[in-house]
Design a protein around this ligand. Structure first.
Ligand SMILES: *Cc1c(COP(=O)(O)O)cnc(C)c1O
Length: 494
């Protein structure tokens, strides 16, 4: 299997090269040039395996330049001991047929762990194959959860250095503390004076700057990305949708398929669900759920993407995004692999902040996706409702998905089984979640955590508990224009 760039498909590389580079030189994203197609027999085989077995089975198709031994090493390293049980992605059934795919049982309590526990193994294995031993410098722009998950994944990984940028006012107190207290000898954290899009744009700029690249190379280093633009982030995410199907296929009636609802920001998680559908998982509709930053809802409904709008800071901060990077891969897919068309749309987005797809492409989007959004009050209302009605406690992001799923049911009456991607532990957003289920209030973040546990009778995840006495190691805030300087400082280039 080769990987081609969404902006120039004559660029063709191995999976190791795609993962080591992160992004193609002309700015495009790597996508597989072919996809496997699994039969019902394959799914039955997979259903009999544990999570690691399922991951190895799927990875072998997408990383066909890795040896079996390398894949075993990567998967075993990622999923042994770092999650709270042997099943990193368990399903909780709520009501008759709402299947909540809980993706937050890892070290940072967000779904990013599923990919970012594996990525360091994939990246260092890839780098050995293609970079001739150069040190990988990982730059991350985060709206909160990616940063911490990447830091945990890469801490003390040999021959890597990692630097995370987060918007100084755009992350929750818990997310901030998680990052600022990160341990490890190769980790660096910097808040920036701006929002997530500023951080992401800054990182992309540094990445594609030829002079910077040369300077790093002269110092025996090479950039790579842990953001979901990196293929190594997406492939582990395909695994859990396949795994989920294996887990529900006997108990739920999936004969006519099932719907998947994803609280969406950068479009990575929902794209992975689309790829699972393409491989053969009987997914009917992909439901794209947004908060007040509803640029994707508008795009899916109208075919026009327009980032020129107010940016809202919400109680689901990991979805406060106006430029969804991975939409580019979906555009490539639905434009029939037309790289020139995708390059044109992205150029337009860069220059004017908007683009409009053809009627045909819009139609293709609306056949696969349904989209909706809700505001903060509706999000809190949904947390309260699910806790009262089912005794199920969810976080603010998952609540956006559940709320939009309710809208979908009302609009279409389509009551096939649904899988809801549950992307974070409620304890990461304790203050908001507590306010949705109780009138009680506490002063500090950790008092809120304890109160939430008392009021709901749920357990505080161990990684959150451990943060209370963690020492803050990082407190640098830099301007948007000082990001490159921060990079050079982190890697020790004068
Ligand atoms: C990252 C994140 C999202 C958004 O996922 P994308 O892949 O960027 O669409 C949603 N919820 C939580 C909790 C997240 O951390």
């Amino acid at each position: 299997m080769n990987y081609i760039s969404t902006r120039n498909k004559s660029v063709k590389v191995t999976s190791a090269s795609a993962i080591a580079q992160g992004i193609s030189a002309e700015g495009g994203l790597f996508v597989p040039d072919t996809f496997p197609r699994f039969s019902e027999d394959d799914f039955n085989t997979l259903a009999a395996m544990d999570y690691k077995g399922r991951a190895k089975f799927v990875l072998k198709y997408f990383l066909d330049d890795f040896t079996d031994g390398e894949i075993d090493y990567c998967v075993n390293g990622a999923y042994t001991g770092s999650f709270d049980s042997d099943q990193p992605a368990p399903v909780s059934i709520v009501g008759k047929n709402i299947n909540i795919l809980e993706l937050w049982h890892g070290p940072t309590c967000a779904f990013k762990d599923l990919a970012l526990q594996l990525l360091p193994y994939l990246l260092t294995t890839s780098a050995k194959k293609v970079n001739g031993g150069k040190k990988s410098v990982i730059l991350v722009a985060t709206s909160g959860d990616t940063g911490k998950a990447a830091l945990e994944g890469f801490k003390d990984v040999e021959n890597t250095e990692i630097l995370v940028f987060y918007p100084s006012h755009g992350v929750s107190p818990m997310q901030k503390l998680q990052m600022d207290s990160q341990k490890g000898n190769n980790v660096h954290v910097c808040a920036i004076d701006g929002n997530f899009d500023d951080a992401q744009t800054g990182v992309k700029k540094i990445f594609t700057d030829a002079d910077v690249k040369k300077r790093l190379s002269d110092n025996g280093m090479l950039f790579s990305s842990a953001n979901s633009i990196n293929w190594g982030r997406l492939v582990p995410q395909i695994v859990y949708y396949i795994s989920c199907y294996c887990d529900i296929k006997d108990s739920q009636n999936t004969e006519n398929g099932f719907n998947v609802v994803v609280p969406t920001g950068n479009f990575g998680n929902i794209l992975a669900a689309y790829y699972a559908k393409k491989i053969g998982v009987p997914i009917n509709r992909l439901i794209c759920a947004s908060n007040a930053n509803n640029v994707l809802t508008d795009f899916i409904k109208t075919g026009k993407y327009n980032r020129n709008r107010e940016f809202y800071t919400t109680i689901s901060p990991s979805m406060d995004i106006l430029i969804s990077s991975n939409l580019e891969r979906m555009l490539f897919e639905l434009c029939g692999n037309n790289d020139k068309e995708v390059a044109k749309l992205q150029q337009s987005l860069w220059e004017t902040g908007e683009f409009t797809v053809s009627g045909k492409v819009k139609q293709a989007f609306s056949e696969i996706f349904w989209a909706g959004y809700c505001n903060d009050d509706e999000t809190l209302g949904t947390i309260g409702k699910y806790f009262r009605d089912y005794g199920y406690l969810c976080d603010t992001h998952t609540a956006v998905a559940l709320n939009v799923y309710g809208q979908y049911l009302q609009d279409t009456g389509d009551d096939r089984p649904a899988v809801i991607a549950s992307t974070a532990s409620p304890y990461k957003f304790a203050k908001s979640v507590l306010s949705a289920v109780s009138d009680k209030k506490a002063e500090t973040e950790f008092d809120n955590v304890r109160l939430l546990s008392e009021v709901t009778g749920t357990d505080i995840p161990a990684p959150i508990k451990a943060l209370e006495n963690a020492e803050v190691r990082f407190n640098r805030v830099c301007g948007k224009d000082e990001m490159l300087k921060a990079v050079y400082d982190a890697v020790g280039i004068k």
